[in-house]
Design a protein around this ligand. Sequence first.
Ligand SMILES: [Zn+2]
Length: 59
Amino acid sequence: MSRDALAPDTEHNVVRSETSIDIDGFRKRELTGEIRFCSCGRPAMNIDEIPHRKYCDQR
Ligand SMILES: [Zn+2]
């Protein structure tokens, strides 16, 4: 787990691309527009539609 995931206040949990522009359309470290609302780490555009992981206890 990265250090950012343990610091909820850091940039409001914004999601940055971890791959090159060829993979997901975003340059590496570029903001994707998604935010991580939950501890399970799943990013989402809408807080009402978080695709929680199976083990997540905040569903
Ligand atoms: Zn979750």
